[in-house]
Design a protein around this ligand. Structure first.
Ligand SMILES: Cc1cc2nc3c(=O)[nH]c(=O)nc-3n(C[C@H](O)[C@H](O)[C@H](O)COP(=O)(O)OP(=O)(O)OC[C@H]3O[C@@H](n4cnc5c(N)ncnc54)[C@H](O)[C@@H]3O)c2cc1C
Ligand SMILES: *[C@@H]1O[C@H](CO)[C@@H](O)[C@H](O)[C@H]1NC(C)=O
Ligand SMILES: *[C@@H]1O[C@H](CO)[C@@H](O)[C@H](O)[C@H]1NC(C)=O
Ligand SMILES: *[C@@H]1O[C@H](CO)[C@@H](O)[C@H](O)[C@H]1NC(C)=O
Ligand SMILES: *[C@@H]1O[C@H](CO)[C@@H](O)[C@H](O)[C@H]1NC(C)=O
Length: 333
């Protein structure tokens, strides 16, 4: 989902000789990546396909996950979808799922460790109070950050405009993520920190140190030394118009897997992928499967899957985030 999910997939496509007859496709991972690749393969493939999805856990959806606590449910992973995420929009309609309407309480404060350096007002219930508070909040945020706010939007919308080119039907296919990013002119943004690019775009130190830093902390638990590309995605994730699927975003993956008639094997952890003559053999704890094409729809950085022959992966440093759900009861006394 985070718009770039398709990028973490590595397609191991082997030359198919002969090129007719049914193809057996194995997809490792039932998150949004695996589910959408199943959908697109069915949509575009010329030959008939038999798609099998193998998932190590006992549920689909991967990093889109609903947590239930005392009768309430919470999105614990991918929780909000950007209005320019056209694939998710299309899938939601295709599957007949409903979208949430935004939460209109956008009041917030910025705490610097000792005090609130900025705070918006919280609106009352009446329409008048809501409108009035909204105007006052807009004015006070403009008073503090000035023209820099506009520059921040320009920076983010520039990224989004480039990104939208990936939806073009005549776009070519790419062998690497780098090539895809280069083709839509976004690669350069991965080569500088967000801080460097925002300073170059003329944003004030105050906006970078406060609002932008807070946004990076909330979204990724990091700071403005994140890459300029990831940073723009993170700022976009705090824009207006964000939505979610009623009942949980994991239903997008679930629905697509059903829609494509793919066979789904839960509790099947892939331990190795071996090239055997013209095919690939997947090994699980429970046995093996043979396929013409294997799609790895899971980040390989930390998975312990063995590839024979081995696959060269760029070493990346992953940020680990730990989440604790706590149920608190207010004691008004
Ligand atoms: C806390 C958090 C918040 C986020 N918030 C947002 C947000 O608000 N908006 C947004 O757009 N995005 C958000 N994201 C990002 C988004 O959730 C992910 O980009 C997206 O869900 C990734 O999908 P995926 O299919 O690529 O990978 P995953 O969802 O990780 O799917 C991989 C699947 O492969 C399975 N697997 C792994 N190894 C094996 C194996 N050896 N054998 C078999 N199966 C295996 C895993 O169990 C998993 O189900 C968030 C992510 C996190 C973690
Ligand atoms: C979507 O909303 C409509 C109208 O409220 C409701 O009838 C329908 O059951 C909902 N569908 C899903 C999948 O939740
Ligand atoms: C890449 O970005 C840097 C910093 O903004 C800029 O100086 C440089 O000209 C850009 N290069 C290309 C090829 O766009
Ligand atoms: C930002 O994060 C990086 C990486 O974790 C760290 O090295 C750096 O010190 C942080 N900078 C600030 C100003 O906190
Ligand atoms: C899935 O199977 C149903 C029933 O056999 C069929 O009508 C439908 O066209 C299939 N969908 C796809 C995408 O193959």
């Amino acid at each position: 989902m985070k718009k770039l999910c398709a990028l973490v997939m590595i397609l191991l496509v082997m030359a198919c000789t002969p090129c007719h007859g049914q193809k057996d496709i194995c997809i490792v991972g039932s998150g949004m990546g695996g589910a959408s690749v199943a959908y697109f393969l069915k949509e575009y493939a010329q030959a008939p396909l038999q798609i099998s999805i193998f998932e190590q856990s006992d549920r689909v959806g991967g990093r889109m996950s609903l947590v239930e606590l005392e009768g309430d449910t919470f999105e614990a992973g991918g929780s909000v979808i950007h209005p320019k995420n056209l694939h998710s929009l299309k899938f939601t309609e295709l599957l007949g799922l409903n979208r949430t309407t935004g939460d209109d309480d956008d009041s917030f404060g910025i705490w610097d460790g000792t005090q609130f350096v900025f705070q918006t007002a919280r609106a009352g219930d009446s329409i008048f109070s809501k409108t009035f508070t909204q105007i006052m909040n807009t004015l006070s945020i403009m008073w503090r950050y000035g023209l820099s706010l506009w520059k921040m939007q320009t920076y983010t919308n520039g990224m989004l405009d480039n990104f939208m080119q990936i939806y073009k039907d005549d776009r070519p296919a790419f062998d690497t993520v780098e090539e895809l990013l280069k083709s839509v002119d976004l690669y350069n943004r991965t080569q500088y920190t967000l801080e460097e690019l925002l300073l170059e775009a003329g944003l004030s130190r105050l906006l970078i140190d406060e609002l932008i830093t807070v946004t990076m902390r909330i979204n990724y638990g990091q700071n403005v030394s994140i890459s300029g590309m990831a940073g723009a995605v993170s700022i976009a994730g705090s824009q207006g118009g964000l939505w979610a699927v009623v009942g949980g975003n994991w239903q997008l993956a679930d629905g697509l897997i059903r829609h494509t008639n793919a066979s789904l094997s839960l509790n099947h952890k892939v331990v190795s992928v071996t090239a055997v003559e013209e095919k690939y053999e997947l090994a699980f704890e429970q046995g093996t499967a043979t396929c013409d094409v294997v799609v790895m729809a899971t980040p390989l950085d930390e998975s312990k899957i063995t590839f024979i022959p081995s696959v060269n992966l760029l070493k990346r440093h992953m940020q680990h985030t730990y989440t604790t759900f706590v149920r608190g009861l207010l004691n008004p006394i």
